[in-house]
Every structure is written in C-alpha cells, then in structure tokens.
Design a protein around this ligand. Structure first.
Ligand code: SAH
Length: 263
C-alpha cells in the first residue's frame, strides 16, 4: 500500500510562463496529477508536468466549470490515493483565489499541503501596462478589491476616504456600482482609471479614462473579463509603459505637468 501523497498549491502567475516561479516549475515537474484553472498558465503544461494527469477545472466568470467543493474533494482523493498533486492557480493562490479553502480541506482530511506563492495579477497586470501601484509623491498605498459581489455603501465610503490606489479584480460587471459609490462618497470624478484586459497575452489592451467617464468608455470599448482595473493618480504614469495608453492619456488631457516632474 502506498502512503498518503501531498498537495502543493502553486500560484501560476498572471499567465506568462516567465512569471511562474522556480518553485512552481519544480513542483509541476514532479507532479502526478495537476488540477488547473483557466487563468493559470496552462498552454505548455504537458511539457512542464510530463508525468502528470492534467485535469481542467477551469473557472470562468459567472460559472465554475467544477464546483469549489468538488475541486477540494478531488485534491483530497488524489492525495489519499498516494499521488503528488499540484493545484495550479492563476496569480497568487491567496489573493482572491480561494487557496485558503483548499488548504483547510486538505488539512481536515489529513493530507500534507503546502503553498508556493505566485505573482499576483493585482500588481503584475498594472505593471504590464506601465502602471506602478505606488509612486513617491503620488500614492503610498494600494487596496485590492474583489468586484465579484457589489460592495456595501460603508465599504464604498471607506474606500473613497482611504486615498491611494484602488485595484479591482473580477470587476468588469460590477464597475458601474463601484464607480457610483466612490463618486457618491467624494472621490474626485477626474481621478484617472485604467482597465487592463488580458494582461501578458498578445491581446493585452489598456483603456484609460476617468472615474466620470470609465463606465461609458469601457462599454464603448467592449472591455471584458479578465481585466484588472486601476483607479488612482498612478494611472497617469502609464504613459511610460504603454504607447497606446500614453496616446489616450494625452488626448484625454490626463497627462498633467505634475507627472512630468516627479522627484
Ligand atoms: N488569484 C488571482 C486572482 C483570481 S481572481 C491572482 O492573484 O491574480 C480572477 C481575476 O484576476 C480576473 O477576473 C481578473 O480581474 C484578474 N486577472 C487574472 N489574470 C489576469 C490577466 N492575465 N489579465 C487581466 N486580469 C487578470
């Protein structure tokens, strides 16, 4: 009888293979079963995990291909069968990734589990569009928000009052509610906003607007998931990283002189 295997949660990064960690690659190389998500880097999985059975448990917005409890059951079952199991997720498993639930399920079943952190899309996708989330003299904090469910009015108020940069994940559908809530609680309607779709893919695209304009501009451009939406003055800095964004910024009058002379 073989002993109990183990589960390794691998944060796969935002989609580009070169943003998978060395630890993640190593776990994949030794895996016997891999359960992967749609946003995890899975194009060359057969090559990276040559000995593994690959199971697509891909999640898409609005519907989970495989229910969360079923994923947890599969992880535990394969590990109890003695397999080395990798759970490959997009970004970082502990940033809006339900990694914590999977770890708890493994622990409850007596399955050894470890977590290899990944590069989260919350920071990496803005970076791919030339947007630093913090910048000396512009913003010294950022808040990562899930748009999966609408925020409460209290949360809108706190968020609007916090200052700094707001990073919205899973937020294309709920953006109108968030924008209305932030404006209602006093966030300047001229605050720049960027929506970066499909980061690190050939289809990466940045749509730049203001809090007042983003709902209409995103609808006009047909912005769709997956996208990371950045709200804050740091968006003006995108000009350095993305030619298309620079053009939009300048035609929208968002390239203030203040951005040209930062210390
Ligand atoms: N754990 C993941 C986030 C999972 S939630 C992480 O740390 O990155 C899924 C959301 O992440 C998507 O709706 C989108 O907002 C964002 N996302 C992930 N990969 C992305 C990519 N390549 N481009 C744009 N957004 C992405």
């Amino acid at each position: 009888m073989s002993g109990v295997g183990a589960v390794t949660l691998v944060g796969g990064g935002p989609g580009s293979l070169d943003l998978l960690t060395v630890g993640g690659l190593d776990a994949l190389r030794r895996a016997e079963v891999v359960l992967y998500d749609r946003l995890a880097p899975h194009d060359r999985l057969q090559e990276l995990a040559p000995d593994a059975v690959l199971v697509d448990v891909g999640k898409r917005p609005g519907h989970h291909a495989v229910a969360q409890h079923e994923i947890e059951r599969m992880l535990v079952e394969h590990a109890l069968d003695g397999s080395r199991v990798v759970r490959l997720k997009g970004g970082d498993s502990y940033v809006l990734g339900r990694g914590g639930e999977e770890v708890l399920a493994c622990r409850a079943a007596g399955v050894p589990v470890r977590v290899i952190p990944g590069v989260t899309s919350a920071t990496a996708v803005p970076a791919a569009a030339g947007i630093p989330l913090t910048h000396r003299g512009v913003s010294h904090l950022f808040t990562v928000v899930s748009g999966h469910a609408p925020l409460t009015d209290d949360e809108h108020r706190h968020l609007a009052g916090l200052g700094g940069t707001i990073v919205l994940l899973m937020g294309v559908a709920t953006l109108p509610g968030l924008v209305a809530g932030l404006v209602r609680h006093g966030l300047d309607a001229d605050t720049p906003v960027a929506a970066i779709e499909r980061g690190f893919s050939p289809q990466q695209r940045t749509t730049v607007s203001t809090l007042a304009g983003i709902v209409v501009d995103a609808a006009t451009a047909g912005v769709s998931s997956p996208a990371v939406i950045v709200i804050g003055e740091v968006v003006r800095l995108a000009a350095d990283g993305d030619d298309a964004a620079a053009q939009t910024l300048s035609s929208a009058g968002l390239l203030g002189p203040s951005m040209e002379a930062q210390p």
